[in-house]
Design a protein around this ligand. Structure first.
Ligand SMILES: *Cc1c(COP(=O)(O)O)cnc(C)c1O
Length: 396
């Protein structure tokens, strides 16, 4: 059977590639020719693995959620990326790319951020390594994620507001790309998801693949089998899902389920359900599915969770969707809030609003006692407390 991986030009089927302005050719070529060599280098691996263990706190636990399992009459394991240092899966990639940038001789780091988790993770890795860090963040997200903005500043990063468009993640990404185009030689752009020009989607997937690498041996320890029946993860750009899926991509008996943000509902015009509404197009320098008008204008997305508020998905996900290898479901703002309050109440875990989208589809899936379901709990809910407090009266 054909293996699912990126080809030499950076494509998954028809999706991917590197649609970049000439000014970025050297950076992208340099990255393309060196990322695998650096990632496979013994000293890089040793440093990265030690930091993942002692600094990030890996392996993250695979937790059997007994009461949640009873509620849905099945077996649910939570992959606890929320317990990582800085509170989400983002640190796996940010740390990996900052170590890689160091080996490329780069002195400055730029990043974009939505929920602020990737900005915090990148600022953290830069503090650890003594590198200069600039983070672009939509003005709207700066307002709704104040604690993370304060963290980034405390970590020594400069936070620059993106004022264009919907003033959210897409716009922050545009401005970070623009910065990189103007400062190509000494700067590395740490993209926070499996999006952007090749080789970013593949590189970020590989850094996040530690998630499924651990799930396999952890599940073997607990159940005797490395393979679950289902792996669920939320999708903004798609990095926690790519990491949770990676080592199962070629195990056809494992159902891969990605969950997008439906916002107020997929037909309301206020949504981020890209696979439902997207058409083939180029966004942030790669070809993928993009929510756009007939004449190619990007449609402003909406999700209650800043991390999923993105009008595209990574090219690997476009391919997994198109080929049918993975199933793409969606959950609304309210369904996700309900799932977040439920998990908190019955398991004592306050999830990130993003992760709550993955939990929200459990009740739509007709799971049975024979199923073994792994849900990637991509992050913790501390950053979302203001939203949870505001909406609590409706759900509790
Ligand atoms: C950023 C973020 C996401 C969405 O990003 P992906 O690249 O799709 O994983 C999901 N969950 C949390 C907690 C996040 O911080």
């Amino acid at each position: 059977m054909q293996r699912i991986e990126v080809d030499e030009k950076g494509y998954y089927g028809e999706f991917g590639g590197a649609y970049i302005p000439e000014m970025l050719n050297r950076n992208i070529e340099e990255l393309k020719s060196r990322y695998l060599e650096i990632m496979n280098d013994a000293s890089f691996k040793a440093e990265f693995q030690l930091l993942l263990k002692d600094y990030v706190g890996r392996p993250s636990p695979l937790y059997y959620a007994e009461r949640l399992s009873a509620q849905y009459h099945t077996n649910i394991y939570l992959k606890r990326e929320d317990l990582n240092h800085t509170g989400a899966h983002k640190i796996n990639n940010a740390l990996g790319q900052v170590l890689l940038a160091e080996r490329l001789g780069k002195k400055k780091i730029i990043a974009e951020t939505g929920a602020g988790q990737h900005g915090v993770a990148t600022a953290t890795a830069c503090a650890l390594k003594g590198l200069e860090c600039i983070v672009y963040m939509g003005e709207v997200d700066i307002a709704r994620q104040a604690p993370n903005v304060a963290r980034m500043k405390m970590l020594g990063a400069e936070v620059i507001p993106a004022m264009s468009g919907s003033k959210t993640l897409k716009d922050a990404t545009n401005e970070a790309l623009r910065h990189w185009i103007n400062n190509p030689s000494d700067t590395h752009y740490v993209i926070g998801s499996v999006v952007g020009p090749h080789p970013f989607p593949d590189m970020v997937t590989r850094f996040q693949s530690i998630i499924s690498e651990e799930i396999r041996w952890q599940l073997k320890e607990k159940t005797g089998s490395e393979l679950p029946t289902h792996v669920l993860a939320c999708v903004g750009g798609g990095s926690n899902a790519a990491g949770a899926f990676y080592h199962f991509l070629n195990e056809r008996e494992v159902n891969l389920v990605a969950v997008e943000a439906a916002g107020l509902g997929v037909d309301t015009g206020s949504t981020a359900a890209t696979t439902r509404l997207g058409k083939v197009g180029v966004l942030h320098a790669s070809k993928s599915l993009v929510m756009q008008t007939d004449d190619g204008q990007v449609i402003e997305p909406h999700s209650i969770s800043a991390g999923l508020d993105y009008p595209g998905i990574g090219p690997m996900h476009a391919y997994l969707f198109d080929s049918g290898r993975a199933t793409y479901l969606h959950a609304t703002d309210d369904e996700s809030l309900k799932a977040a309050y439920n998990l908190t109440k019955i398991e004592g875990i306050i999830p990130a609003l993003e992760s709550a989208h993955a939990l929200a589809v459990l009740e739509k899936m007709n799971l049975t006692k024979k199923d073994v379901v792994v849900v990637c709990l991509s992050g913790r809910g501390d950053k979302d407390m203001e939203t949870y407090i505001q909406r609590m009266h409706k759900f509790i």
